[in-house]
Design a protein around this ligand. Sequence first.
Ligand code: CMC
Length: 428
Amino acid sequence: MADTLTVTDNRTGKSYEIPIANDTISAMDLRQIKVNDTDFGMMSYDPAYKNTASCISRITYIDGGKGILRYRGYPIEQLAETSSFLEVAFLLLRGELPSQSEMAGFQYEVKHHTLVHENIRELMEGFRYDAHPMGILMSTIAALSTFYPEAKNVDDAENRWLQIVRLIGKLPTLAAYAYRHRRGLPYVYPDNELSYSGNFLNMMFKMTERSYEPNPAVEKALDVLLILHADHEQNCSATAMRGVGSSRVDPYSALAAACAALYGPLHGGANEAVVRMLQEIGSKDAIPGFIKQVKEDRSVRLMGFGHRVYKNYDPRAKVIKKMAYEVFDAVGKNPLIDIAVELERIALEDEYFVNKKLYPNVDFYSGLIYQAMGLPMDMYPVLFALGRCAGWLAQWQEMLTDDEQRIARPRQVYLGSGSRDYVPLSDR
Ligand code: CMC
């Protein structure tokens, strides 16, 4: 059996044999299909890239039907159980788990890049008291490019690595500063004695104590949440990172663009919507009425359910659900969890959700944990960005080192006006 696809163009009666590799045909192979010599050639039309592979990647594998997620081959469940966020970041970026000395070196590098220039602090002051922390985060990430002009040498591997480490080191500082600004609290400098997640909690929540001691259960949960969000292959924000980065702009500018993509409610904002939904439902008794509403009114959705790729239980949701109880044991139960669990139970028995293969996704339980940790809702996408930063950088690096990649520049099908002559304003 030949690995080819035979296409017959019924306009001309000509047949073409197109190679198949990895169950995929190359869109450029369609270009040979022409009605005559002056014809541009056939293109494929795929708004929102629903069935177009834009790259070859070796970072993250998802099987949506089976509910499988692996980073560099390692199942997400194993990484969440036993690894740390920094180890996972190294894995995503370098392709292999670090040796002990590599791990120690990476931790040292990241910790020694956690401080931000004092001018960034001053820049923060310019934001209004109620500025959304995600807006502050993306603006200050973009501003970092002005501090490190050498970052534009994106084809220099050593220089690239320095910026990667800087970004992973500085993002928690920017995120925590955005939160403290919002609350009118003094900024807390990083504490390099603490773990990556412990230090983030320190910069967020330290008050007058001499040194901050993170709650171990909360520190562990935060680290796991960062791992679970670290990469998800070619999603909207990773595509933004690759697309913007393909112009060879510096990684700070590209990462600010990825952050902007994540800010949208269809991407990084759903966990907040879940908490709002659970608050509105208010009690277990109201669940059947809500489910009825979802089924009857297409504008009402069961937030935290459904996914473009997963047509099975999102493996991340399983880990988060279990962890939620561990966090509640440490910091007190979030009463909304009972509504969430019952809502999930009822939905998974309902044929509307069963037939459409709608299962809980990563956002169904994560907001409840963030809320129990004392985070305001507008910080939820910021937390998502902290984890996803590792994936964005891995995707960016892979794109830059892929010989097949060029500046991202899709084609269009033009259906606008034909040529016409300009009419002066006075004659219109
Ligand atoms: N509640 C009720 N019905 C739903 C839901 C839902 N949460 N999700 C999908 N459907 C229905 C939808 O009405 C459609 O029905 P029909 O076939 O009769 O038209 C069918 O299921 C397919 O839905 P779709 O909107 O065509 O699917 P999609 O792949 O374009 O959308 C989604 C995926 C995640 C945007 C969608 O499931 C959704 O809006 N979920 C709620 C929001 C949410 O939880 N988002 C977080 C996604 S995970 C985080 C991330 O990766 O960024």
